[in-house]
Design a protein around this ligand. Structure first.
Ligand code: G3P
Length: 229
């Protein structure tokens, strides 16, 4: 993963699968290539193979099951997403919580497989305890703002500043923030406050012109980075 980074979580929106998801991924891939900003798409596991064959950006799973290979009907394991072409996975999203021992198992197995992990937490107090398990990045998202269009950077900037302080205590750990991110300014502010990137879903997935939104986000990220130097 390269930073700053934008994580676009397709969730299960009506354009998260099939031809629509493929076209959306290709348009995001184009923005990433033209801008040089790292963009990850987290797609339904049924789409990992199809999308990863067609784009150069990293394709992530949204969740994997912490079960060993064997008799586990319906399970999607880290080994399966690796074989399908994923570069990594989200873990413990607010909409898909898992136990701490499962987070630990997924991080360890993923690392052995060469998969990256972004573990989601719902508060900054969890950045250090979960960060010490060794994921590549932590995504902090106040659940009450998810899908609201009211961004964490506007409504709860202290979540970002506190998380920035916490992430510095864990060597090599990167901080991503999300929930309600809707504009280039939200991305700008998040990165200016010290985050290494943002996570987003609804502002892109529900837009009539998703690549315009992604371009705006990329501009916000670039502006923040240029002012840091
Ligand atoms: O994983 C990112 C996501 O939970 C944020 O959702 O719709 O608030 O951008 P949204």
């Amino acid at each position: 993963m390269k930073f700053p980074i934008l994580i676009i979580n397709f969730k299960a929106y009506e354009n998260s699968y099939g031809e629509k998801a493929l076209q959306l991924s290709k348009s995001i891939d184009k923005v990433a290539r033209e801008s040089g900003i790292e963009i990850v798409v987290a797609v339904p596991s049924t789409m990992i193979h199809r999308i990863s064959k067609e784009v150069s950006i990293p394709v992530f799973a949204q969740h994997v099951d912490a079960v060993p290979e064997g008799a586990h009907t319906g399970a999607v394991t880290p080994e399966m997403i690796k074989e399908a072409g994923a570069a990594g996975t989200l873990v413990n999203h607010s909409e898909r919580r898992v136990r701490a021992d499962e987070i630990d198992d997924v991080i360890k197995r993923s690392r052995r497989l060469g998969l990256e992990t972004i573990v989601c937490v719902d508060r900054y107090e969890l950045v250090v305890p979960i960060g010490l398990l060794g994921p590549d990045a932590i995504l902090v998202e106040p659940p009450e703002l998810i899908g609201t269009g009211v961004s964490v950077s506007r409504a709860r900037p202290e979540v970002i500043t506190n998380a920035v302080e916490m992430v510095q205590k864990v060597k090599g750990l990167k901080l991503i923030v999300g929930a309600g991110i809707s504009t280039g300014d939200d991305v700008y502010t998040s990165i200016k406050l010290g985050a290494h990137g943002i996570g987003v879903a609804s502002a892109v997935m529900k837009s009539k012109d998703p690549s315009k939104v992604v371009r705006e986000f990329v501009e916000g990220a670039k502006r923040a980075v240029s002012e840091r130097i």
